[in-house]
Design a protein around this ligand. Structure first.
Ligand SMILES: Cc1ncc(COP(=O)(O)O)c(C=O)c1O
Length: 441
């Protein structure tokens, strides 16, 4: 039998897995078959502790009955309706509820299917907003090194992750990147570092000096950069970005796809840091990860400007997705927001955060640990590379799975984002598990 014929019998081969070493995976698959609460089970029935809330998606725990029932009811009542020129009740209800939760002024909500789509939507709103005000020359975007804004063309262009860019050509023109905020002076800081905030934010001013403020549409940042290893903004940083944007008419977009819905101990990172953006993207925990969904929140006057610029019967924003405001996703999101409120889960996240950060900081005693940092229920442990960068990180991911622990690794950084329902004993289990794994790599 030829090698390709033999391979075509491999039951795993047809699924091209995202952000995965596919060839390696086939040699040693890590397949998750069941979940409940803070646990998964693999196909052999072994229990695993989920230290990352799915993929930052599931802070209320896996298998929530309330969401399952809401989804099931919705499927019986209305499975789907077209979102263009028609509406479904749940989408209006959800937008209204989100508007009550969001920072004041951010009260117009546009739905998308995932975080990447939300980012594209926000960037397009920014361009159109300036254009209808006669400022169509504002076409540039400013992002940040080590930022992650999803994988679509505009998103990876404004993002600053080298591997996500380098196989895919030129991307969006007119994008500049500020420096990232992970600096030596703030190493081993829990919470916001004391150093560098103003100087790093002044990178935006340097872009303005170089290109002209009136060419820049928006500046987009994750308040805490998640995917590149929990980079917490130094003190004063977000405030300075806000001030520069205000001075120069540049829109500030917070990508809260990871930070949103309680991860910082507040509803949004904007609340935690006391800085309100002009637009915000959300996804992941909006449905507790149960159904794909994302949203952008837009300042009321930005939406109004776009609506006013169009004729009375005209479509104002030529943009939308087949699954914008999907009724089943809306039902899942409404049930999720109710759980967050009823169980005071953001309060629980805030209460657990100091204990969690203490354990992250406690990893410092290991000689291979070169930095620890965190904020709320987001934490990261940087490890010294073992020869090739990323080799040690990947070994940890694999061994942790064998050890019964699901965590997230980027390069040689281990990321934790526990569920808000995690107990202190389970935190101990996570960090004892990591220590045991680190002894083997
Ligand atoms: C900050 C941020 N923006 C955007 C995205 C993209 O979201 P999605 O994978 O749902 O497209 C992510 C995903 O992790 C993210 O962390």
């Amino acid at each position: 039998m030829s090698q390709s014929a033999a391979r075509s019998n491999d039951p795993l081969i047809h699924h091209w897995m995202p952000f995965t070493a596919n060839k390696q995976f086939h040699e040693a698959p890590r397949i998750i078959a069941r979940a409940e609460g803070v646990h998964y089970w693999n196909t052999s029935g072994e229990k695993l502790l989920d230290a990352v809330s799915g993929l930052y998606t599931t802070p209320a725990g896996h298998g929530r009955r309330e969401i399952r029932e809401a989804v099931s009811r919705q499927l019986e009542e209305l499975d789907y309706a077209p979102p263009f020129q028609y509406g479904v009740p749940g989408a209006f209800r959800l937008a209204h509820e989100l508007a009550q939760m969001l920072p004041a002024g951010l009260n117009r909500v546009f739905f998308a299917g995932g975080g990447s789509e939300a980012v594209e939507s926000a960037l397009k709103v920014a361009i159109q907003y300036h254009r209808v005000r006669g400022q169509g020359q504002r076409q540039r975007f400013v992002g940040r090194a080590r930022g992650y804004h999803g994988v679509n063309f505009a998103g990876w262009s404004v993002g600053g992750m080298v591997k996500n860019r380098d196989a895919f050509g030129l991307g969006l023109p007119g994008v500049s990147h500020m420096r990232h905020t992970h600096i030596e002076a703030n190493r081993f800081t829990m919470g916001q570092g004391e150093h560098g905030g103003i100087d790093l934010a002044d990178d935006l001013q340097r872009m303005i000096d170089l290109y002209g403020a009136d060419t820049i549409a928006a500046c987009i940042v994750e308040p805490i950069a998640g995917s590149t290893g929990i980079l917490v903004p130094p003190q004063g940083y977000l405030e300075r970005l806000r001030a520069i944007c205000d001075k120069h008419g540049i829109l500030l977009i917070f990508d809260e796809v990871i930070c949103g819905f309680g991860r910082t101990g507040h509803a949004f990172a904007a609340d935690a840091f006391g800085v309100t953006p002009d637009m915000m993207t959300m996804a992941k925990a909006i449905t507790n990860g149960n159904i794909p969904m994302a949203a952008i929140a837009v300042r009321e006057d930005i939406q109004q400007t776009i609506l006013d610029a169009a004729g009375p019967d005209a479509i104002e924003f030529f943009h939308g997705y087949t699954y914008s405001g999907h009724p089943v996703a809306c039902a899942a999101a409404l049930a999720t927001l109710k759980i967050y409120r009823d169980d005071d889960l953001f309060g629980r996240a805030a209460a657990l955060a100091p204990k969690f950060l203490e354990r992250i900081a406690g990893m410092r005693d290991l000689s291979m640990v070169i930095d620890t940092r965190g904020y709320g229920l987001l934490g990261a442990v940087d490890l010294a590379a073992d020869g090739t960068p990323g080799k040690r990180g990947f070994a940890i991911l694999r061994k942790a799975f064998e050890h019964g622990l699901v965590l997230r690794v980027t390069g040689d950084t281990v990321i934790f984002s526990p569920m808000f329902i995690t107990t202190e004993d389970q935190l101990d289990e996570m960090f004892d598990g990591l220590r045991a794994v680190l002894k083997t790599v």
